[in-house]
Ligand binder design. Structure first.
Ligand SMILES: *[C@@H]1O[C@H](CO)[C@@H](O)[C@H](O)[C@H]1NC(C)=O
Ligand SMILES: *[C@@H]1O[C@H](CO)[C@@H](O)[C@H](O)[C@H]1NC(C)=O
Ligand SMILES: *[C@@H]1O[C@H](CO)[C@@H](O)[C@H](O)[C@H]1NC(C)=O
Ligand SMILES: *[C@@H]1O[C@H](CO)[C@@H](O)[C@H](O)[C@H]1NC(C)=O
Length: 416
């Protein structure tokens, strides 16, 4: 196994450095694996293909990034309901808005929310394939464009998105469903700009990632090492796992032919993110390989290595930088005391990234969280967004809370 881990790490790093100008396939995977008409469609086209309405909005952050914000607006047959608030789905690390539509109508988060007459808004963090824009920086030419981590997503992207949605809809609150890094982003925002607590009616954390000490995701131990090695280097400002990069090609090559190839697929494309062939259907897998990964900054990849090393802590500038900035060798833990908004976490014992022991550690520092650890112990990290049981395990819990009907938990429930 360790050799494969190294291989994956190398592949991911290579994918960030090898330019991939021509989006040609290494082999004719369509002939081999069968194709999906949904595989290569970007978000707006895929939503139209699936027969839902879609809007594209641009949100400019106070530091100049131009983010694509998608919306699946209310369908006319929905009864007006003053009590309802706009509903945000926020994607995780390496990923995009696509995550909430990939499994398709009746199966994917955002379609299920739209079917339940929610006004669905789907942001994209800076740097992913839909948010490679800036008022003055060029992502293809200016390394400064890539000088960001989840800290900037929390302090600039998310507040700009929330305020844009509130402005646009005239509402005073939103509800928020997030996968993985998307949970950490709102935690950091409410910790540092406490006025945002009041703007969130309720948050749902799917596979919450903050502490990563027990994470078995094979890139994460590597990230921890890389974060240490890169402390002295200034050259961390570049794009990472961009859309159309090697991981995607590897996915196209190795996934979907026959069940014997699933182990390769699970290792190479899903990088042992708890990939689960019982949850991710062949059809969903084909669409995943056309959309994943979605790209971010190398610096954010390293930032999560810092979280692995330091806990849910402030940015690590290295010893001398930390002394200057924080007056101590190690960065301090992020102060979470200002977080008052209500969170519901949905977690799983088989989650290799959001390990339940790490989530327990986070919950011990939060005051308003109710958690359900799913009864199905095989549910993995990516199953929260691509799994066939989303309509059975996940969305009913979200919809029930939004209707004021409580948080049904068939597994292990706990509260802070
Ligand atoms: C990419 O395509 C262009 C035009 O089709 C061609 O000139 C170039 O050699 C190709 N580059 C690679 C690396 O295949
Ligand atoms: C959003 O911004 C991009 C980049 O500046 C621009 O190309 C696009 O036309 C804008 N779209 C909308 C809907 O404003
Ligand atoms: C509106 O939503 C209803 C309920 O989900 C659905 O049956 C209907 O097809 C939708 N209508 C349009 C025009 O999208
Ligand atoms: C928890 O959240 C609810 C709903 O927003 C709020 O009414 C309550 O005051 C919060 N409790 C604490 C202890 O912050």
């Amino acid at each position: 196994m360790p050799t494969i881990w190294t291989l994956i790490a190398l592949l991911s790093v290579l994918s960030s450095t090898l330019a991939d100008d021509n989006d040609t396939d290494l082999i004719d995977y369509k002939a081999l694996f069968g194709d999906s008409p949904r595989r290569d469609l970007p978000f707006p086209d895929l939503v139209k293909y699936d027969n839902y309405p879609v809007e594209v909005h641009n949100v400019t952050t106070s530091d100049g990034y131009i983010l694509s914000l998608f919306r699946i607006p209310l369908n006319n047959s929905c009864e007006p309901d003053e009590g309802k608030v706009p509903h945000i789905f926020m994607h995780g690390l390496y990923l995009t808005a696509d995550d909430c539509i990939i499994p398709g109508p009746g199966k994917a988060h955002c379609y299920i929310y739209a079917d339940n007459c929610l006004d669905v808004w789907v942001p994209n963090n800076r740097g992913n394939r839909y948010s490679r824009n800036h008022v003055s920086l060029n992502p293809d030419k200016d390394p400064e464009f890539w000088d960001f981590t989840v800290d900037e997503m929390a302090l600039y992207d998310l507040p700009a998105i929330i305020d844009y949605i509130l402005d646009n809809t005239g509402k005073s609150q939103v509800s928020y469903v997030a996968h993985s890094q998307g949970v950490a982003t709102l935690l950091m925002l409410c910790a540092k700009k406490p006025e945002y607590n009041a703007k969130i009616k309720v948050g749902f954390g799917l596979s919450t990632t903050a502490y990563l000490e027990h994470s078995r995701f094979l890139l994460i131990p590597f990230q921890g090492i890389a974060a240490d090695l890169m402390k002295r280097s200034d050259n961390t400002n570049f794009e990472f796992v961009a859309h159309g990069s090697i991981i995607q090609k590897t996915g196209k090559l190795l996934c979907g032919l026959n069940p014997l190839q699933y182990p390769f697929c699970s290792v190479l494309v899903f990088a042992a993110l708890g990939y689960n062939r019982f949850q991710i259907t062949d059809e969903t897998l084909r669409v995943v390989t056309g959309h994943t990964p979605g790209g971010t900054s190398y610096k954010d990849f390293l930032r999560w290595g810092q979280m692995r090393n330091n806990g849910f802590a402030e940015y690590d500038y290295g010893i001398s930088g930390n002394l200057k900035k924080y007056g101590r060798f190690q960065p301090p833990l992020i102060d979470l005391s200002a977080i008052t908004m209500k969170w519901y976490f949905i977690s799983s014992y088989n989650d290799f990234v959001g390990d339940v022991r790490d989530i327990a550690k986070l919950m011990a520092r939060l005051s308003n969280v109710t958690q359900c650890i799913l009864a199905d112990k095989t549910f993995g990290h990516l199953d929260f967004i691509y799994g066939k049981d989303i309509p059975n395990y996940i969305t009913p819990k979200v919809l029930s809370v939004l209707k004021g009907e409580g948080f049904p938990c068939d597994g292990d429930c706990s509260s802070t």
